[in-house]
Write a protein that binds this ligand. Structure first.
Ligand code: ATP
Length: 299
């Protein structure tokens, strides 16, 4: 028997980052939105842990580890430890979420693996325990479980759904060269005179109203200035999105993926075409909010 579970990418509509804490984490005040780029994770019983990855479309999977460093295997092991059982699985990832792009693809795989193995082995893990295991795996993993639109606090792992009355359309511009999350946070810690601790009140009101311009005005990412300083080539991506008519642009998480917010689906495809014609490769279209981690197939 095998089970396939789908998990979405995330964008941070607002990413407010406070000064680094003594435990090394940064306090976050963020609003996550799950968008329609997905990884599908298929699990089946096996004598040893293994992971394989296959790209969807043009996603570059060359940096995804195929050993115990893969977060999907770490998730599987953590679930077996939680239940005190000795079982293993083969994990096959079909990857539609750009790798190392600030869209939490690894976190999606971890969340999908937890749900898939819970079903495969009929473990009946409670939602509370799943969220706790997810939080130990990574700051973005609990949100990948719940999806939709949510307020994230702590270091991102404490998630509460928020009202979102819009259907938002995004033009997503991945970058061939990854940008390390640790490097971006390091530069953020050393930077002077930058915005820290952006609040989420304005974006939450905008989401409730469903108004595009209010949402566009409220988008904010405290990491964007340092990421643009580290990678000045991203400025041309941002400018290309603006020139093509995006209502607002935003760095996704710690980057390097850039997002353009647009009015509707037709506009999203028009902007995508314009960017592709202008020589920007790999441009994707996505909508949000979408569901969190869910089962799509039992075979
Ligand atoms: P983060 O912000 O969590 O660092 P990200 O969203 O920018 O991550 P991911 O695609 O999650 O990017 O991958 C970050 C790194 O994690 C990759 O460069 C890779 O080395 C490692 N990794 C481990 N497991 C996975 C996985 N299942 N999928 C993708 N990357 C993985």
């Amino acid at each position: 028997m095998s089970i396939t579970v789908r998990a979405p990418a995330k964008v941070n509509l607002v990413l407010g980052v406070g000064p680094v804490r003594e435990d090394g984490y940064h306090p976050l005040d963020t609003v996550y939105q799950a968008i329609s780029l997905y990884d599908d994770v298929t699990v089946s019983n096996a004598g040893a842990w293994s992971v394989t990855v296959r790209p969807v479309g043009a996603v570059d999977c060359s940096e995804v580890p195929l050993d115990e460093d893969n977060i999907a295997i770490r998730a599987g092991r953590m679930l077996t430890e939680h239940h005190g059982i000795d079982r293993r699985a083969a994990i096959a990832i079909s990857k539609g979420i750009p790798v190392a792009g600030g869209m939490a693809g690894g976190s999606a795989d971890a969340a999908a693996t937890l749900v898939a193995l819970d079903r495969l082995w009929d473990l009946q893990t409670t939602d509370e325990d799943l969220l706790a295991i997810a939080a130990r795996l990574g700051s973005d993993v609990p949100f990948a479980l719940i999806g939709g639109t949510a307020h994230g606090t702590g270091h991102g792992e404490l998630v509460e759904p928020v009202v979102d009355n819009g259907t938002w359309w995004w033009v997503v511009v991945p970058n061939a060269e990854g940008l390390s999350t640790a490097v971006v946070y390091g530069a953020f810690d050393e930077a002077e005179d930058i915005q820290r601790g952006s609040g989420t009140e304005a974006i939450r009101a905008a989401l409730e109203s469903g108004d595009l311009d209010a949402c566009a005005d409220a988008l904010a990412n405290d990491l964007q200035a340092v990421a643009l300083d580290l990678r000045s080539d991203l400025r041309s991506t941002q400018a290309a999105l603006e020139d093509a008519g995006a209502v607002a642009t935003l760095l996704s998480g710690s980057g390097p993926t850039f997002l353009g917010l647009v009015a509707d689906q037709d506009e999203a495809h028009r902007v995508r075409e314009q960017l592709l014609e202008g020589g920007v490769p790999g441009v994707l279209v996505a909508t949000g909010p979408v569901a969190g981690t869910h089962v799509v197939d039992y075979v």
